[in-house]
Ligand binder design. Structure first.
Ligand code: FAD
Length: 408
């Protein structure tokens, strides 16, 4: 057997798994990771940029710096995946593989939303790109009261807690600027509440009520009208705004659909527990590119990488991949500058109260607003750049741990 692993995408998942594989496989295994540019973005920081908690330029670093020696990092556009011949075509090269890891993520596509491009940058903004978050920072600074609407255009979208964090931070920010009493904040979502999981959704919904933030659920966006400043649902409901912050329709990368590997909206049908592509041998999928029903989050990509490394090594040794992954996801939820909550859940277990990561000791509290959680959120950035991206472990299994959770 030749010995080549190709990783598509050097974002969160692709960098972690390339480094993790390099640590585990002998040198005669070639590892190649391909991305279209050398800009690794710390995406959680994009939430902070509009509120001047973090600077946009601090979020971007060279990918190369975070990829271990002994890995071939190629900057190129991936054009086609041939799963039969096990070949990858990029703009400038062709690569063959024995195992492929797809970690091409997902991206916002504002052009998919009717009317949005007319309002884009005038009265409709996003924080789901570094440039967008920085523009929103300037516009929020000029905002002098009125109605701020945050709309999620469509499911699925990346980081399902980010919208609720944004409206919580907007409440804190407008209070700080002394204009909260002349500002309305409304979260308009296609979900049935503030979040994807009912129990956590009820907790966040109660916090929103306390902060006088309106939540309008089950709103399926049909159109943005930037001229008259309203959004309209498929059912014909209209919600007016002075400033729209939107998470546009999110799609998987075109290379997935152009290669015939997608589920219709650009994601790869993936086994829930082995993370192997359902219809293709020797292809594994991690991070936002999968269609598995858990959050599209960096923590998920990190947990999944451990499982995929295990299963690729199992296959190399002639053993069937194991059904290990359980949908585990862990996310901080910022409540204000200075406090945060935390959730930890999987496909079956909803977020529960308790302590994390050490059972009964924490230092973090689950489903509870605390200062310690805020420091955890801040400290997470250093952990991300220096520990997690390197494919290192924190001594925690990739699956959910029940110890420390309060059940019932
Ligand atoms: C505002 C915001 C806040 C967030 N906060 C959190 C948080 O607090 N906690 C958390 O866990 N997660 C958070 N996330 C989500 C997290 O950042 C993503 O889920 C994570 O980065 C997914 O990793 P990935 O490897 O799947 O995709 P990415 O990191 O996006 O990487 C995909 C890579 O593939 C490359 N690529 C794609 N197609 C091609 C192609 N055709 N050719 C070449 N290269 C290609 C892209 O350039 C990109 O580098 C947040 C996201 C946003 C937007």
């Amino acid at each position: 057997m030749s010995k080549k692993i190709v990783v598509l995408g050097a974002g969160t998942g692709g960098t972690i798994i390339s480094n993790n594989l390099r640590r585990h496989l002998p040198e005669d295994w070639e590892i190649t990771v391909i991305d279209r540019d050398d800009r690794h973005i710390y995406q959680p920081g994009m939430l902070f940029v509009p509120f001047e908690i973090q600077k946009a330029k601090s979020l971007v670093r060279s990918r190369k710096k975070y990829i271990l020696p002994g890995i071939d990092f190629v900057i190129d556009e991936i054009i086609h995946i041939d799963s039969e011949k096990r070949k990858i075509r990029t703009k400038n090269h062709t690569f063959s593989y024995d195992f492929l890891v797809i970690s091409t993520g997902c991206k916002i596509a504002p052009e998919e939303n009717d009317g949005l491009m007319d309002a884009w940058g005038r009265n409709a903004f996003t924080f789901y790109s570094v440039e967008g978050a920085d523009l929103l920072r300037q516009k929020l600074k000029e905002f002098d009261g009125g109605k701020l609407v945050l709309n999620i255009a469509e499911l699925p979208f990346k980081c399902p807690v980010a919208p609720i964090e944004f409206v919580f931070l907007a409440d804190w920010y407008f209070k700080k600027r002394g204009i909260r009493n002349k500002t309305e904040i409304e979260l308009v979502t296609p979900l049935t509440g503030a979040f994807t999981k009912p129990k956590a959704s009820a907790v966040f919904g109660e916090s929103a009520r306390e902060k006088n933030i309106k939540i309008t659920p089950t709103f399926e966006l049909n159109e943005v009208n930037g001229k008259e400043k309203y959004i309209e649902s498929i059912q014909g409901d209209k919600i007016s705004y002075d400033m729209l912050v939107i998470i546009p329709t999110t799609i998987g990368d075109e290379v997935i659909s152009n290669s015939g590997l997608d589920d219709g909206i650009g994601y790869v049908p993936t086994h829930l527990n082995t993370l192997r592509a359902l219809k293709h041998d020797r292809i594994y999928v991690i991070g936002d590119a999968t269609n598995v029903p858990t959050s599209k989050a960096g923590s998920v990509a990190h947990y999944e990488a451990d499982v995929v490394v295990f299963n690729i090594m199992a296959e190399i040794h002639g053993i069937k991949p194991e059904e290990i992954y359980d949908g585990h996801s862990t996310c901080f939820i910022v409540y204000s500058k200075g406090t945060s909550s935390l959730i930890d859940f999987n496909y079956k277990i909803e977020p529960l109260p308790g302590k994390f990561p050490l059972p009964h000791m924490g230092p973090f509290s689950l489903l509870k607003e605390t200062k310690a959680n805020w420091y955890g959120k801040l400290g997470f950035e250093q952990l991300y750049w220096n520990v997690l991206l390197a494919g290192r472990h924190l001594g925690m299994p990739p699956t959910l741990v029940m110890a420390g959770k309060e059940v019932g």
